[in-house]
Write a protein that binds this ligand. Structure first.
Ligand code: PXG
Length: 292
């Protein structure tokens, strides 16, 4: 069956789901998005994603043209229209149709697009063996240029790093900030385990405030695993016992090699597996119900 895509209040089959070439999301990457997962007929962390969407909009002085309640209803309706129980939502708010000229004041109304589909970010075997990661030369864009906390349609910084990882035949790319501290991977936050404790870089090192990242910090608290949010260098990663990545698309996934160095014993670590197991339980049993 053709996907049914939501655009500004109406549903269109995929082939007819089109936006203007004068939309500033297309012309300038001016807009924001969220990537949200749903499992077992529940949307995982929907409120948190909508909070972040509204924060991104505020940071860009972008007026979302519908209310938060309408956005939530439209998201759930898009999943129902496609009859899905497990999958992935891409929610986009673009600056909208304007003219050739980058000023957003030429765009009278933002556009909302909601796609409900599926996503497979990494090959299934990567979840078994663990990911290989390389450090990218491309630095994460500084907060002084464009805050990495804004989930904007401008992903070229991450895409340039992803290209480096692809060329090196690694599963993911590690991005450092301008000071050389660890920021995040191209579409995932990261954690290490050292002597039974978790460490992860703070948001101000240059990462998105990941919703999976926050969920993992909550799991650590629940499981009694001490967790430290502090600046990290590659030294910390090279000498870690375990290394794993988090993201809505990636979920929680072990990383076993960085720059061709083996991390820990080269297999997904015990604490990582414990966290993955609890994360799976939560994704299967919590979230906003879609079909009631
Ligand atoms: N950092 C960046 C730069 C991201 O884009 C994350 C961290 C993880 O955040 P969440 O909130 O998802 O835990 C992301 C999220 C895609 C895709 O289509 C990318 C993300 C999420 C969903 C899909 O590649 N990135």
């Amino acid at each position: 069956m053709d996907l049914q895509i939501y655009i500004d209040g109406d549903f269109y089959p995929e082939a007819d789901a089109k936006i203007s070439v004068f939309d500033h999301g297309f012309l300038y990457g001016d807009g924001i998005f969220e990537g949200i997962r749903f499992y077992n007929s529940r949307v995982f962390k929907l409120d948190e994603h909508l909070d972040r969407l509204w924060d991104s909009a505020k940071a860009l002085l972008l007026t979302i043209p519908i209310t938060r309640e309408e956005m939530e209803a439209a998201t759930l309706e898009t999943i129902r229209k496609n009859g899905l129980r497990d999958g992935y939502i891409r929610l986009i708010v673009s600056r909208g149709k304007g003219n050739l000229g980058l000023s957003p004041d030429r765009c009278p109304k933002a556009s909302v697009v909601i796609i409900a589909a599926t996503i497979q970010l990494y090959p299934p075997e990567a979840y078994e063996r663990g990911m290989t990661v390389i450090t990218c030369g491309t630095r994460r864009v500084s907060a002084g240029a464009l805050s990495p906390a804004v989930k904007s349609l401008n992903y070229l910084n991450n895409i340039m790093a992803k290209i480096e990882a692809n060329l090196a035949q690694a599963d993911e790319g590690l991005m450092l900030n301008e000071q050389g501290y660890v920021a995040e991977c191209t579409g995932d936050n990261l954690f290490i385990v050292k002597r039974g404790q978790l460490y992860t870089p703070p948001i101000y090192s240059g990462s998105l405030r990941g919703i999976t990242w926050e969920a993992v910090l909550a799991i650590a608290a629940e499981l009694g695993i001490p967790a430290h949010v502090q600046e990290l260098t590659r030294y910390d990663l090279y000498t870690a016992d375990e290394f794993f990545l988090t993201g809505t698309a990636a979920e929680v996934i072990a990383a076993v090699k960085l720059d061709n160095r083996i991390i820990g014993d080269g297999t997904p670590g015990k604490l990582t597996q414990q966290i993955i197991a609890r994360f799976r339980e939560l994704t299967q049993s919590t979230g906003t119900a879609i079909y009631t």
